[in-house]
Design a protein around this ligand. Structure first.
Ligand code: SAH
Ligand code: SF4
Length: 342
């Protein structure tokens, strides 16, 4: 008989299930807190649950339906996990620690592979396998908490896959993360390559995370060369959606811009980008291109060009940051997540 996976349940559903097994409501609350707040790895860790009921749980239930297959630790403290799901497929998830901050950020995957085919990204290279279910997305955080015994404080949907191409599961995952893990929606960021209709839909959701947009080019011509999605939803349609998102949420959008040497890091590109973003309430996050292991002809930007690009944008009044490269020595940096079974 297939075991029931308890991490799939909202608190109300867990109560309903436990009560249906003849136990009291407080028992469900204990179990809920062991799973979501106290990082229990097994039912036997749940010491205040009576032994006979623990035995029932062991026989009929499981906490999670996936597991850590491998763990790699970078010299900068970043940990990359390869998670194996119930059907044997795997995806990566990355825990980022910053020495000078108390934040612990988890970068979660939402699909095995990706359909979008961006030219600079390793994730799409092996095609698309399947969407992850909501609980498979949330389990990545639970597994990292169990493994490190640390409390995750921030979640970024920036791992493998396109979140807005798996929207129903992402919405459910956001709710589980918010309600069960008690992580505020203000500490969640969703990054998308720009599926325009879903951006409008996200703006109507009850819980709206910070939106990050993989823009990566200041105009249609360059964007089309590196991101096939530009053919479907072009940069002008995207701009309209961002303005609408601004109107509804009042929050700043994060504009992600990969700097690729000689391709989109010139002064002309910076000036065009300033013009493009002038009516959008946003911060800009510049990401130095991380080489992925195939010969796409893209180069890392030169440091001098990167700083010049940053100064030009700053002069337009925007807040600009250069994304710290995390875990590059274990292929955990942006765009390097390929689900390789190292
Ligand atoms: N699919 C979503 C989220 C995952 S990608 C999206 O594309 O937004 C997370 C971020 O890493 C995106 O901004 C993506 O464009 C960027 N990225 C992909 N490949 C990269 C590479 N080789 N170097 C640097 N950043 C990369
Ligand atoms: Fe998919 Fe994002 Fe990679 Fe593009 S950058 S292929 S959307 S994961």
């Amino acid at each position: 008989m297939e075991k029931i996976t308890l991490s799939k349940f909202s608190k109300e559903e867990l109560v309903e299930y436990i009560v249906s097994q003849g136990e009291k409501k407080f028992r469900a609350e204990q179990i809920h807190s062991w799973i979501w707040a106290k990082n229990a790895k097994s039912f036997d860790d749940m010491t205040d649950v009576k032994k006979e009921f623990r035995q029932f749980l062991n026989e009929n239930c499981q906490i999670l339906d996936c597991k850590i297959k491998t763990r790699q630790i970078s010299s900068d403290g970043t940990i990359k996990y390869l998670i194996e799901f119930k059907d044997g497929l795997c995806a990566e998830t990355v825990l980022m620690r910053f020495d000078n901050r108390s934040n612990l950020s988890m970068c979660v995957s939402c699909q095995v592979g990706c359909k979008m085919g961006c030219k600079f990204c390793a994730t799409g290279k092996n095609g698309f396998k399947r969407n992850l279910e909501a609980n498979e997305i949330v389990s990545q955080i639970l597994l990292a908490q169990m493994d490190t015994n640390l409390k995750i404080t921030n979640v970024v949907f920036m791992g493998q896959g396109e979140p807005l191409d798996n929207f129903e599961n992402i919405k459910k995952a956001i709710e589980l993360i918010n309600k069960n893990l008690q992580i505020s929606i203000r500490r969640m960021t969703l990054s998308t390559s720009g599926i325009v209709p879903k951006i409008y839909e996200l703006a109507k959701n009850d819980l709206i995370p910070t939106l990050a947009i993989s823009l990566h080019a200041p105009n249609h011509t360059i964007r089309e060369k590196i991101m096939p999605i530009e053919k479907r939803y072009n940069i002008e349609e995207l701009k309209k959606a961002l303005k609408e998102f601004n109107k509804v949420t009042k929050d700043r959008i994060t504009i992600e811009y990969i700097l690729i040497g000689g391709l989109n890091d010139t002064k002309e590109c910076a000036l065009e980008l300033i013009e493009f973003l002038k009516d959008i309430k946003c911060n800009i996050n510049l990401i130095p291109y991380n080489p992925v292991d195939d010969d796409n002809g893209f180069k890392k930007p030169i440091k001098k060009d990167m700083l010049k690009f940053k100064y030009l944008l700053e002069a337009s009044g925007k807040k600009v940051t250069i994304r710290l490269e995390r875990g590059a020595d274990i292929d955990a940096a942006c765009g390097q997540l390929a689900g390789k079974q190292a």
